[in-house]
Design a protein around this ligand. Structure first.
Ligand SMILES: [Zn+2]
Length: 327
């Protein structure tokens, strides 16, 4: 999200609310099914990660109307107000560098996790509004991210899920690096977020976000890089492996969380290709973004604010990444 305050409501290109019959059952959305689905380019969101209220209005086709898993909290209060430390998974551990050497199936593999935004970006408007070059154009260094209607910020969500994902991948033996771990006063800028993955020679990189779209817009989507060759950006070598990574992450995310793909972008596939995101344009390693849900929709927010759902979300991402890395 690109707005600068938690109360901003992004403009909503209203979509027609076609209520088509359920055509794809969530149970059927196994990775194999996703692999066969088409991917279309949704270009034009103003920010670096979120679709800003559904940059595409192709959502008329509500392919999936199945409800997400019903074990989340009934309201968006959920566990959002609880200290992060009350979550089942540890969330504030020592940096990866001090961890024991990896021995599992992913030994030797490097994964870079990019927790979108930064909880302190709100206090650094000047710094995060500085323009950086992302190959195709100049854009803000970073953005504040969105928040639930109750005020729980996306940046806290992304960092929590990143910690859970890091733990899961390290158990598989991967070497994991975070682009930020709540240890910076702002940012990093989107170009640096990409550079961290590049310099780590990551075998896979994932940027974690939650969207800030209109109420009624629900579900997750995975954003994959389109082919860009402009200025410092050259994604041509990573388009294909990133698409493979994205499909595997989306498939595992559906299966593990039971959450339906977005009903407002991606034509029901949960997959979107974009060429406007600096974090993808500047990546020279396989990389995807995931928008885990819409923080501005109360039903999605109830999931996003649930620690148990965030654990499932991390497990879904982890299984997709492990599948990609093991080939
Ligand atoms: Zn975001």
């Amino acid at each position: 999200m690109s707005y600068t305050g938690p109360d901003f409501e992004p403009p909503q290109p209203r979509r027609s609310r076609l209520r088509r019959p359920l055509t794809v059952a969530v149970a059927a959305l196994v990775p194999g099914a996703l692999l066969g689905w088409g991917v279309y380019a949704a270009v034009g969101g103003p920010d670096d990660g979120d679709t800003g209220g559904g940059g595409s209005d192709r959502a008329g086709a509500v392919r999936t109307s199945a409800s997400p898993s019903s074990d989340g909290p009934a309201s968006e209060d959920g566990d959002a107000e609880k200290p992060v430390g009350s979550s089942p998974a540890p969330t504030s551990e020592a940096p990866s560098a001090s961890r024991p050497p990896a021995t599992g199936a992913l030994k030797g593999k490097v994964v870079v996790i990019d927790p979108g935004h930064n909880p302190a970006n709100f206090q650094h408007a000047t710094e995060i509004n500085r323009k950086v070059n992302v190959g195709t154009h100049w854009k803000e260094c970073d953005t504040t991210g969105t928040a639930t209607n109750a005020g729980w910020p996306e940046a806290k969500f992304t960092l929590d899920v990143a910690h859970r994902l890091r733990d899961l991948l390290e158990k598989q033996g991967a070497t994991v690096k975070l682009t930020q771990d709540g240890d910076r006063s702002f940012g990093p800028c989107v170009d640096e977020r990409a550079r961290i993955g590049n310099e780590a020679k990551a075998d896979a990189a994932i940027s974690i976000h939650a969207d800030g779209s209109g109420a009624g817009n629900r579900g997750f989507h995975v954003i994959m890089p389109g082919a860009v060759h402009d200025g410092a950006a050259d994604t041509r070598a990573v388009v294909e492996p990133s698409a493979e990574l994205g499909k595997r992450v989306a498939g595992s995310f559906v299966r593990v969380t039971g959450t339906a793909p977005s009903n407002y972008v991606g034509d029901g596939t949960g997959l979107v290709t974009r060429t406007d995101l600096g974090g993808l344009n500047l990546s020279t390693v396989p990389k995807v973004f995931i928008e885990c849900g819409n923080m501005r929709d109360s039903t999605d927010a109830a999931l996003l604010t649930s620690g148990s759902w965030r654990q499932k979300a991390a497990e879904g991402m982890s299984e997709g990444i492990v599948s990609f890395l093991r080939g």
